[in-house]
Design a protein around this ligand. Structure first.
Ligand code: C2G
Length: 130
């Protein structure tokens, strides 16, 4: 079984995220999503989530491409995650191109093209215009 892992906040969940998860799953047979906790988002990414971790986790677990959701609590957990879950492939959107190449010592690293026209910032901006 070829295992894939990806990381993110996934708030507000939109089709750009779904496109990423679909293509990430296509890299193997089993997709793990390391979901940024509320604390990690606030302390390390200066992101205030609209939906709590528990809600974001439920949403991700309802997606057919996702097999397991685990918490992302710090930037430094990736190597141990890859080892612990025997991950074959690490996947991120190409806005992170090159940032995680250190993982190439442990698994395949794949950066997939982002869906260009959609982002949570864009959604919020469009809603404010209405
Ligand atoms: N994404 C995408 N297309 C978009 C928006 C996002 O393909 N229009 C991808 C991102 O490239 C990322 C994933 O969806 O791979 C999750 O996006 P975010 O929730 O914004 O993740 P981020 O805050 O970048 O957190 O340790 C890594 C971090 O946790 C990544």
């Amino acid at each position: 079984m070829k295992k894939v892992i990806t990381y993110g906040t996934f708030d507000l969940l939109h089709y750009g995220h779904i496109n990423l998860l679909k293509r990430a799953k296509a890299q193997g047979d089993y997709l793990i999503v390391a979901l940024s906790t509320d604390e990690f988002n606030w302390n390390s990414k200066q992101k205030k989530c609209y939906f709590s971790y528990e809600i974001r986790k439920q949403l991700l677990e309802s997606i057919r491409y996702v097999d397991l959701v685990i918490p992302e609590e710090c930037w430094e957990q990736k190597i141990s995650d890859v080892k612990e879950f025997r991950v074959d492939t690490f996947v991120m959107g190409d806005d992170w191109e090159g940032e995680f190449d250190f993982l190439k010592d442990y698994c395949e690293v794949v950066y997939l093209e982002r869906t260009p026209e959609i982002s949570t910032t864009q959604i919020k901006s469009d809603l404010n215009k209405k």
